[in-house]
Design a protein around this ligand. Structure first.
Ligand SMILES: Cc1cc2nc3c(=O)[nH]c(=O)nc-3n(C[C@H](O)[C@H](O)[C@H](O)COP(=O)(O)O)c2cc1C
Length: 379
């Protein structure tokens, strides 16, 4: 009998915990339908807003790659087998399609796949009644089309408006207020996607949970710049020589996103979390699950796999099935049996065991990592 991959997350039943994150893979009806056919348990739509959106001229996303035989990092194409993926870099805004475009499509998608979870990502401004009404209009319009949940985007890293995106996600009070106004009208679970671009992400999570968020999603991309070409001295991604801060995603951010997630799940062990950042195969998803996540989301890896990740999701499903089977002797049958298992392995540095005095060879014996280290020292 195949392993049971189903999960109940914020009261919603997912056939598996694997979701496409809000991004190009979920920017259209056809993509989302293909994603569901491919096996994803749920999707978060590309973020829908009410303000007009115009993207920059030229490409919105590129991929940083490392040479296999040198430390060079570049967006430039290399011959097959000569480079490995480091990260995605994007400065794409939220959906440039208006709410009117999305509304009938949300309804149609849900009708075609009633068993799959459709979460609408939404975004408006903050700090004024007008903007709070905008959040409520977006929430009502999407839930009227029978979406299963809402994800509030407090995390877009490239916003010029002070009252939007990651600027909300850096402010506990705004996180609370916006969540509250959406919760006033919502009949479906409300997830809050926080920005990683903050010192202590738990502070803003408190705001979201004070506003009665049902879950927190983390992370969005990390603020970053493209590499500079050493020959042309231009940023590898620019428009007329100019660049702006964009978002880093993919393999490079997995350890960073895990750290954010660990802070969240340790502070709120009983709350629901959806993990995002650098996931491309089940071993990555497992890391988030072991920290306490009940669902995980994928963007960069799916973009590079026929736009919606048919092979990625196949591996995720197969990997989780095999993992459960392999651990059946421990009595594990489903995600709940191993979720959060490593959450408490993270402790303050001072609580990490030190060697006995006689074993200790640190300090002044040799000069840093460049010198000849004693044979038993860490590499
Ligand atoms: C091109 C691009 C567009 C994105 N657009 C959105 C968006 O509209 N809303 C949102 O919440 N996150 C957006 N994201 C962030 C992703 O949902 C995800 O959080 C991030 O890419 C980290 O996951 P990854 O490492 O799997 O790419 C976007 C990411 C990329 C690369």
């Amino acid at each position: 009998m195949p392993a049971d991959l189903s999960v109940t997350f914020t009261g919603l039943r997912f056939e598996n915990p694997f979701m496409l994150a809000s991004a190009p893979p979920t920017e259209s009806e056809s993509n989302i339908l293909r994603a569901f056919d491919a096996g994803w348990g749920g999707v978060v739509t590309k973020t829908i807003g009410l303000h007009p959106v115009m993207n920059v001229k030229g490409p919105k996303t590129k991929f940083n790659r490392l040479d296999v035989d040198s430390p060079r990092i570049s967006m430039q194409k290399r011959a097959a087998g000569k480079s490995v993926l480091h990260s995605s870099w994007n400065w794409e805004l939220i959906s440039d399609k208006p709410l009117d475009w999305w509304v009938p499509r949300l309804g149609r998608i849900k009708q075609a796949h009633p068993g799959k979870m459709l979460i609408a990502s939404i975004m408006a401004g903050s700090g004024s009644d007008k903007e709070y009404k905008n959040w409520q209009s977006l929430a009502k319009a999407c839930q009227d089309e029978k979406v299963d949940g809402l994800e509030l985007n407090f995390s877009c890293p490239h916003m010029d408006r002070d009252d939007m995106g990651s600027n909300v996600g850096r402010n506990r009070q705004l996180c609370r207020e916006v969540t509250q106004v959406v919760k006033e009208v919502s009949r479906v679970p409300v997830w809050v996607k926080l920005t990683p671009s903050t010192t202590q992400i738990t502070v803003e999570a408190y705001g979201a949970f004070e506003g009665k968020a049902d879950a927190v999603t983390s992370t969005n991309t990390f603020p970053s710049l493209p590499p500079i070409d050493p020959e042309t001295l231009e940023f590898e991604m620019n428009v007329d020589g100019k660049v702006s801060y964009g978002g880093l995603g993919g393999p490079a951010i997995l350890p960073l996103s895990l750290a954010k997630m660990a802070q969240l799940t340790q502070e709120f062990p009983d709350k629901a979390f959806s993990g995002v950042g650098g996931i491309a195969e089940f071993s990555h998803a497992l890391m988030y699950m072991l920290l306490g996540c009940g669902t995980v989301q994928v963007c960069t890896a799916a973009m590079l796999d026929s736009a919606v990740g048919p092979n990625v999701v196949k591996q995720l499903i197969q990997g989780m099935g095999e993992f459960i089977e392999k651990n059946a002797h421990r009595g594990w049958k489903r995600l709940e049996d191993f979720r959060g298992l490593r959450r408490n392995a993270i402790v303050p540095h001072s609580q990490i065991k030190r060697p006995d005095g006689s074993e200790y060879h640190g300090g002044h014996e040799y000069e840093g990592y460049a010198g000849d280290a004693p044979a038993n020292s860490a590499s």
